[in-house]
Design a protein around this ligand. Sequence first.
Ligand code: NAD
Length: 299
Amino acid sequence: METTNNPQIIDGKKTSATIKEEIAAEVVKIKAAGGKTPHLAAVLVGDDGASQTYVGAKVKACEQIGFTSTLVKLDADISEEGLLEEIEKLNSNADVDGMIVQLPLPKHISVQKVTEKIRPEKDVDGFTPANVGRMALNWPTYVSATPNGIMELIKRYNIETSGKHCVVIGRSHIVGSPMSILMGRNDNPGNCTVTLTHSRTKNLPEIARTADILIVAIGKAEFVTKDMVKPGAVVIDVGIHRVPDASKKSGFRLIGDVKFDEVAPLASAITPVPGGVGPMTIASLLYNTLMASQRKIYS
Ligand code: NAD
């Protein structure tokens, strides 16, 4: 039986820093040539702590790389109509290249209506039906941040995907489902034979064991154990979970959907948590915003 004791660690922290440097250099060039500074607008409804942290990190990253950013903070009791009006203002603001509406939204607001209101040209989160459809068709589009980040890691680490069996665990709209489409497209990375598994899948461990590339986005801490992984597989762990840890200043540490310590020795390459997929999401959002400002997707 083939075993690998030293898997390649797919370093999302380093890769995301490199991408940010590349984008920052591009912004310097654009500005020097008298071009338009990329501008991202983020809409935050209510005062959910986690959402504030995520949006704050996105706005800070914009500043670091020379983008303009606008944070639109709205009260949790804003009406659906009121939020749609705010989105329309950003749609028609010619200086705003891309916008994101931080989820989750308060229960009285329809995520579907809000998503459909965003002009696809400015939908740098890639959540609108138009952009999801374009992704499925393999047309130029904004691929949403987490799947885009995973594809970029696969590309930059030269992981062979063509003809491989990719098993995706989890079918959420933001991770599992788009990953299954992207890995099956006639593209590079892509051209995998894809199996999309979910909560109703029978014999999941058996199917997972046939994966050359295993992508795990299930939202259950350390769900994937060594008996679910084929020796030599590439393992991409999307999960993020906080567990109490008194030895840390913060009082917690992060773990993934994969039991890293026992799976890593079997894998040929693996993303750690933290420092794997997580840091790539903001880099992807910045990349999409740069594309929007350059009118690279919709000309
Ligand atoms: P989700 O809860 O929306 O979806 C989980 C999926 O797993 C569902 O499709 C469900 O059918 C499937 N599932 C649940 N139990 C299962 C089982 N026993 N067997 C097989 N499939 C099962 O999750 P999500 O939004 O895709 O997020 C998944 C994880 O990734 C979470 O831990 C989340 O925090 C993390 N996440 C990380 C990033 C990042 O930037 N790294 C981004 C998004 C989500």
